[in-house]
Design a protein around this ligand. Structure first.
Ligand SMILES: Nc1nc2c(ncn2[C@@H]2O[C@H](COP(=O)(O)OP(=O)(O)OP(=O)(O)O)[C@@H](O)[C@H]2O)c(=O)[nH]1
Ligand SMILES: [Mg+2]
Length: 389
């Protein structure tokens, strides 16, 4: 009963959240028209103002929407040239402050900018040139674009799990983030980012995402909204409760092993490429009764997922079973500093190792590309020799 009312409460929260939270916003942006020139004195009109997007911390797309309620951002027009000011005044620029991790797309799908760092700036509509003898003294119109601001979180590590698995508890343990933690599902309704700090000034970011549910790939629950964020992380950190999970009395109870298989399946159904990311698994709540016994029973199976899938209904099974870089049984809540340090170190090592691998891959791919180009050049050179004969 208590659980059901929690669920209802959280469902309401989810709905409120879905209404409120936005991760995409379309705006019409226009550069200002250039001012007119003055033929009599050869005066040049002022340049029209530009529209820029600038990445700022603590900005949300909701704030952007609130600021630009008409969803139109027009820069100022350039001033005309006149007898007292031969060069017309430039039009006023407009800066749209956007959150970090925004991709700016033009309406035709062209990517205009990827703004990931504080202060990163991109021109999204250029102002027109001022009129001069070249333009028949008339100012030129500014660019006009419809742009889409698409938010995708950037974090090194993305926490993926069903509700209540302990994602936020883990984030809190490894970083200074203060996510909300509670014993009911969907406590986290907005993604949180925590920074794991290391002695050598290294830092690694971790995104605590709202819990997935079965069917998330089909946009059930908070589905796509959050799976989309996972895309923007380098590495997946799956987290499951050793005791398994049941969303509500209406839903099936899923054991710990089933949870792992189902998470794998959800990610795959949403986007197969997600499974190409390195993945690590955390088995949480190892402080609970029978946890060690339960873990001993499944630990070998987890590292051989492909072999055990035949024992599960087909609709549950992913085509590409994940192979975890490591499996860490922990208690995120225990406050055991040694254990948390170990988790942090392992995550760092795994990230570094995978970075190395992808660098090598890049190098190999580059080497291949260079080889193909060389061959192409050689072929063409042979062709030229024939031509000269
Ligand atoms: N016994 C035990 N309880 C834990 C542990 N980690 C988390 N919990 C509890 O599990 C419940 C859920 O923890 P959260 O961290 O909010 O879980 P979450 O995965 O972020 O949940 P959502 O945000 O709802 O998806 C809370 O009551 C935590 O105190 C653990 O290691 N051991
Ligand atoms: Mg949470």
């Amino acid at each position: 009963m208590v659980f059901t009312s929690y669920c209802l409460r959280s469902e309401k929260k989810v709905r409120r959240y879905l209404r409120g939270f936005i991760d995409s916003l379309r705006l019409t942006v226009k550069g200002g028209t250039g001012g007119n020139g003055l033929p009599k004195y050869g005066g040049v009109g002022g340049q029209g103002g530009n529209v820029f997007c600038i990445a700022k911390e603590n900005i949300t797309l909701n704030k952007v929407k609130e600021k630009w309620t008409t969803k139109r951002v027009y820069a100022g027009h350039g001033g005309n040239s006149h007898a007292k000011a031969i060069l017309g005044e430039s039009g006023k620029d407009e800066n749209i402050e956007v959150p970090l991790g925004i991709r700016v797309y033009r309406d035709d799908g062209k990517l205009l900018a990827d703004l990931n760092e504080e202060g990163a700036k991109a021109l999204v509509a250029r102002g027109g040139y001022g009129g001069s003898h070249r333009s028949g003294w008339l100012g030129i119109k500014g660019q006009s674009n419809i742009i889409r601001l698409d938010l995708r979180l950037i974090a090194d590590i993305g926490l993926v799990g069903f509700p209540n698995a302990g994602k936020s508890t883990l984030l809190k343990a490894v970083s200074r983030a203060k996510p909300k933690i509670a014993s009911y599902p969907f406590t986290t309704i907005k993604p949180n980012i925590g920074i794991m700090e290391y002695p050598n000034l290294r830092s690694i970011s971790m995104a605590d995402l709202p819990g997935l549910i079965e069917g998330a790939h089909a946009n059930i629950g908070m589905g796509h909204k959050f799976l989309k964020h996972v895309e923007r992380t380098k590495m997946l950190l799956l987290i499951v409760d050793i005791n398994g999970f049941q969303l509500s009395p209406k839903h099936k109870y899923r054991s710990c092993l089933e949870n792992i298989i189902l998470l794998n399946k959800e990610l795959e159904l949403y986007k197969k490429e997600l499974l190409e990311k390195p993945a690590t698994l955390i088995i949480n709540k190892m402080d609970t009764p029978n946890a060690t016994k339960n873990y001993d029973e499944i630990k070998d199976k987890i590292s051989h997922l492909s072999e055990i899938l035949k024992d599960y209904p087909e609709e549950m099974c992913p085509e590409t079973p994940l192979i975890f870089d490591d499996i860490l049984p922990i208690s995120a809540k225990s406050g055991d500093e040694k254990q948390i340090q170990y988790v942090k170190e392992r995550l760092k090592d795994i990230l570094d190792l995978n970075d190395e691998i992808s660098k090598k891959k890049d190098m190999e791919e580059n080497a291949k590309l260079i080889q193909t180009l060389k061959e192409e050049i050689a072929e063409k050179a042979q062709g030229s020799q024939q031509f000269h004969r």
